[in-house]
Design a protein around this ligand. Structure first.
Ligand code: ASP
Length: 336
């Protein structure tokens, strides 16, 4: 029997049309554009249905609300389809991929998120190949997790990050090998593909938790961030230098982290470097972070750390539980 895939179009460049104020998503346009791609009705393709979200968004406007809508749509249609393709803007694609990987617990079918740098409405669009290949991969069912397909590479969704605003090879997963490389054939990297368990799929909607990302820089005045870190934010991703280093050995930051932790905030230390891992205590400049109660994001991307904080807080866990899960691998988002 032919495989069936549900395409969920959320917005983004792939289905955008030129307007007086720049490219913008247009209702009904994607359906019209893909009806002119004969390959999509080839017998070698899975059967597919298209669902268009309303409103269509530039992905910079995505919020927890839209993540929940996409996640719920997959959950409610899970038994009807063999796989799912999410068409999404590239700007926040890695965040949505990460969020879906946490929200869809027990996922055992492909959820492939893709988009394009050049709209389908323009010549030289990369959207055509990204869509066709994603559909084939979603129908094939080898990868049973949330993955991001772009320009010949299938990446684990919660390991991916947008690397370029204009290259067609826009995404990479510096800390994890591709799940597949696509040339003349699709070469799956079976050794790293996650295997689904016996657990049934469950869907955990995310709550609008106050989360913040603070990137340290030379000369940062930590005192300016004190009130938001201690009173306003529940989860904070601290993007530090290198392996987890902060200016001044954290002298000014440590009392703030202690106060934030005492008031229920969780501070996760990630690196500004796309590749490599945070090792708290490797240098004197990071030891104090650990002592103050910050947790190590190890080799997680900031996108995955943000999504994981939303997820763990949405489960209603205690501060200590959230701290401990932040340092554990839940969906392949960090190396053990
Ligand atoms: N701004 C667009 C978006 O993220 C960019 C893209 O799709 O490539 O929706």
């Amino acid at each position: 029997m032919n495989k069936k895939v549900l395409i969920i179009y959320t917005g983004g460049t792939i289905g955008m049309k030129r307007s007086d104020s720049g490219f913008a998503p247009t209702k009904g346009y994607l359906a019209e554009a893909i009806s002119h791609i004969p390959d999509l009705s080839s017998p070698s393709m899975p059967e597919w249905d298209l669902f268009e979200m309303d409103p269509l968004l530039d992905s910079s406007d995505m919020t927890v609300k839209e993540w929940n809508l996409i996640g719920r749509k997959i959950y409610e249609n899970y038994h009807l389809y063999d796989g799912f393709v999410i068409l999404h803007g590239t700007d926040t694609m890695a965040y949505t991929a990460s969020a879906l990987s946490f929200m869809l617990k027990g996922l055992d079918k492909p959820v492939i998120i893709t988009g394009s740098q050049i709209p389908l409405s323009e010549i030289r669009s990369d959207g055509r190949d990204n869509l066709i290949t994603s559909l084939l991969i979603a129908g094939e069912g080898v990868v049973r997790e949330v993955a991001l397909y772009f320009s010949g590479k299938l990446l684990r969704g919660n390991r991916a990050t947008k690397m370029s605003a204009d290259d067609l090879v826009a995404f990479a997963s510096p800390n994890f090998p591709p799940l597949a490389e696509v040339g003349i054939t699709v070469k799956y990297n079976y050794a790293v593909i996650r295997r689904g368990g016996d657990e049934a799929l469950s869907f955990v909607p995310l709550s609008e938790i106050p989360i913040g990302v603070i990137k340290v820089f030379p000369g940062i005045q930590f005192s300016l961030f004190e009130s938001i870190m201690t009173d306003k934010l529940s989860g904070i991703v601290l993007e530090t230098f290198g392996a987890g280093n902060i200016p001044g050995g954290g002298g000014k930051l440590i009392p703030i982290i202690k106060k934030a932790f005492a008031s229920g905030s969780i501070i996760v230390v990630c690196s500004q470097c796309p590749g490599g891992t945070v090792t708290l205590g490797a240098y004197k400049t990071s030891s104090s972070l650990k002592e103050a109660g910050a947790v190590s994001g190890k080799d997680m991307t900031t996108e995955a750390a943000v999504a994981k904080l939303y997820y763990l807080f949405s489960l209603g866990l205690s501060g200590d539980e959230i701290k401990s899960y932040m340092e554990k691998n839940l969906r392949g988002e960090m190396s053990e």
